[in-house]
Design a protein around this ligand. Structure first.
Ligand code: AMP
Length: 281
């Protein structure tokens, strides 16, 4: 594995690989890697000749007062995990390489960015869409692998790539979980031991909501209330939202039908955790 810090260096390596007939798989991350990230790299390696992973904590996608400065970092450990997963190029640009000047050009995706995470974090998805557009432009033609853990992010990135005709195929991969159901996340490190014990309530609530729909519930308010009750029964949990939406449009179907996604955001002390599950009816 080669570690590259410059845009020009990365482009040169990837152009050479493609000129030799190789396909490129791309896994963008913010580092502090866990098995969820590794699963994306493993999948990318299975599908492509060369895998590039980026590690960049993108300031544009953090709002004022969020955890940009506290975001965990461990480049030595990340390098070992990426190399073990078959990554060929690790792109670790310094902030000044990605943003040498104040950014005047931003990308924002209407509609799919508006509800849920977009409502809770108003500048977040424009920050994500801007950095991913930039990374797609740097990496060039590739397949790019994203985790369903950030379900709305995939919808935003897919639409952005389509609208801008970027030569990238977006591939969605399943969420990896701890044995007790907690979705793996770099932010789980913020949890105290008591909060860590309480955190699987998010997945339990989502599954209960999905089970209710499976058993015939068609009223979105009833599903929302059921999930909220379960989460609010946990004293260490502070509910941000728990919602059920159409998995493509993010609108709330009334009555519930089709391909649905249940999504929640919950705070435990310093940590804000998100998770989601799918159900069809
Ligand atoms: P992050 O470093 O948190 O920005 O995540 C980088 C990529 O890894 C995103 O596509 C995430 O959706 C994905 N990811 C994060 N957590 C998980 C997980 N538990 N399972 C699968 N993919 C994940």
């Amino acid at each position: 594995m080669r570690t590259v810090e410059t845009i020009a260096g990365l482009r040169a390596d990837l152009d050479a690989a493609r000129a030799a007939g190789g396909t490129v798989g791309f896994v963008p991350t913010m580092g502090y890697l866990h098995d969820g990230h590794v699963s994306l790299m493993t999948r990318a390696r299975a599908d492509n000749d060369l895998v590039v992973t980026s590690i960049f904590v993108n300031p544009l996608q953090f709002g004022a007062g969020e955890d940009l400065d506290a975001y965990p970092r461990d480049l030595a450990r990340d390098s070992a995990l990426a190399e073990g997963a078959g990554v060929g190029l690790l792109f670790t640009p310094p902030r000044a390489e990605m943003y040498p000047e104040p950014v005047l050009t931003t990308v924002s995706v209407a509609e799919v960015s508006a509800p849920l995470e977009g409502a809770a974090r108003p500048t977040h998805f424009a920050g994500v869409a801007t950095v991913v557009a930039k990374l797609f432009s740097i990496v060039g033609p590739c397949r790019a692998y994203f985790g369903e853990k950030d379900f709305q992010q995939i919808a935003v990135v897919r639409r952005m790539a389509r609208d801008l005709s970027l030569p990238v195929e977006v591939v969605a991969c399943p969420t990896l979980r701890e044995p007790d159901g907690l979705a793996m996340s770099s932010r789980n490190v913020y949890l105290t031991p008591d909060e860590r014990d309480a955190a699987p309530v998010v997945y339990r609530a989502l599954r209960a909501g999905a089970a209710a729909i499976g058993a015939g519930e068609t009223d979105p308010a009833a599903v929302r209330d059921l999930m909220a009750q379960i989460i609010e029964a946990e004293p260490l949990a502070q509910l941000d939202y728990a919602e059920v939406v159409d998995a493509d449009s993010f609108a709330v179907p009334q009555p519930l039908h089709g391909n649905l996604r249940l999504l929640a955001a919950v705070r435990f002390g310093k940590a804000r955790l998100i998770d989601n599950v799918g159900v069809t009816r």
